[in-house]
Design a protein around this ligand. Structure first.
Ligand code: HEC
Ligand code: HEC
Length: 326
């Protein structure tokens, strides 16, 4: 009798509200707090400067490429290309992952070679196939010409315009690019529902062990594991050790439906294909078509609210252009 009353009141709320027992262990709502390193505290001015630098093509030699070229915030922090286009139309060897929620990852890059966002942000400006600037000094000089010195001074103090502080500001901005309120999160909080297919998918990924790697509210253990697929040797390309051969960071499922193509080499064109390949390579299982579509329906519930970013105005000298080069 008691049970009946409960059922009635739940349906009165309008949702088959999430029953805690229905949610597989470990799954949960996207955390609201991103870890922030002690030496780079957040502030509104720093985030604003970081946003300007994120959209700043003057970080590139040609004056054409910004972080946003490859991690377009209008398209979920990616460019939807297998390999991004950089300096002189060159393509690198890895797929560009999204910057959304990147403050939550244990280490940056598919092979984890940058521990923090601060370390990561120093890479692209000097990478010859990305932004191809000549040196740290050249980037700093370019930013000075553009008129950034007072903006850096306001955030970092006098003489604050340095390459390291550029990276710190960008990292602070990136830590704001999080995607709450995914249908799955609302479901867990009892504020919404997800489809029957998505619920079947949710159970399936737990029962078959996908969530041993794609675990917790981030849907990644944030660990580095073997993925024997393709030619790229992953972590081994950094350490040279055989035990690191084909080791990659477990990618998060947050917003994964919006970031095709998939895998470090962008070789899986669709989410269906990525799911099938994962089941086969990581779990030695062949999924039925219905299981694939249920799992994909579940993954689609992990698309949150994209951050609303106002396009910044960048400092520029008057009456002349910056010194861009081929
Ligand atoms: C030409 C395209 C290109 C440009 C420009 C570029 N990136 Fe990337 N970015 C990539 C690629 C490709 C990777 C993956 C490389 C790898 O893992 O080896 C990546 C990786 C990252 C990651 C790691 C994400 C993760 O999940 O590990 C972050 C964060 C990031 N970039 C931020 C930036 C920032 C900030 C800038 C500007 C300073 C920038 N990128 C400029 C292509 C680009
Ligand atoms: C043993 C650990 C492990 C298991 C189990 C596992 N994955 Fe993965 N998953 C990974 C790793 C590592 C990557 C990154 C692959 C790469 O480097 O391209 C990944 C990537 C993915 C991607 C692509 C993400 C992207 O942004 O490109 C999807 C989708 C995915 N997994 C789904 C699944 C599904 C569904 C299952 C269960 C059928 C599963 N995974 C089981 C470790 C695992």
């Amino acid at each position: 009798m008691k049970k009946l009353v409960l059922l009635v009141s739940l349906s009165f709320l309008g949702f088959g509200a999430a029953n805690a027992a229905d949610i597989p262990e470990g799954m949960g709502v996207l955390p609201t707090q991103v870890p922030v390193p002690a030496d780079n505290p957040m502030s509104a001015e720093k985030v604003e400067l970081g946003k300007q630098l994120y959209f700043e093509p003057a970080l590139s030699k040609s004056g054409h490429f910004s972080c946003n070229s490859c991690h377009n915030l209008a398209t979920w922090g990616v460019d939807n290309q297998p390999f991004s286009i950089g300096h002189k139309w060159q393509r690198g060897g890895r797929n560009a992952p999204t910057v959304l929620n990147s403050g939550f990852w244990s280490k940056q890059f598919w092979d984890g070679r940058a521990p923090l966002l601060e370390d990561q942000a120093k890479g692209p400006p000097l990478n010859p196939v990305e932004m191809a600037s000549e040196s740290e000094e050249a980037v700093v000089a370019r930013l000075k010409d553009a008129g950034y010195a007072p903006l850096f001074a306001r955030v970092f103090g006098k003489d604050g315009l340095t390459f390291d502080n550029m990276a710190k500001a960008i990292a602070a901005f990136e830590r704001t690019l999080n995607t709450p309120n995914a249908p799955f999160d609302l479901f867990v909080q009892g504020k919404g529902d997800i489809s029957k297919a998505a619920k079947r998918g949710m159970k399936k990924v737990a029962d078959m062990g996908c969530t041993s790697c794609h675990s917790g509210p981030l849907f990644t253990s944030n660990e580095f594991v073997e993925f024997q697929y393709g030619k790229d040797t992953g972590l081994k390309s950094v350490t040279g050790k055989d035990e690191d051969d084909h080791v990659f960071r477990v990618q998060s499922w947050r917003n994964v439906a919006m970031t095709a193509p998939y895998f470090h080499d962008g070789s899986a064109k669709t989410l269906d294909e990525a799911v099938k390949t994962m089941a086969k390579v990581q779990l030695d299982t062949k999924l039925s078509n219905r299981d694939v579509s249920d799992i994909v329906a579940f993954l689609e519930t992990l698309t949150g609210d994209a951050p609303q970013v106002t396009f910044p105005v960048l400092p520029r000298p008057t009456g002349k252009a910056l010194n861009f080069k081929d």
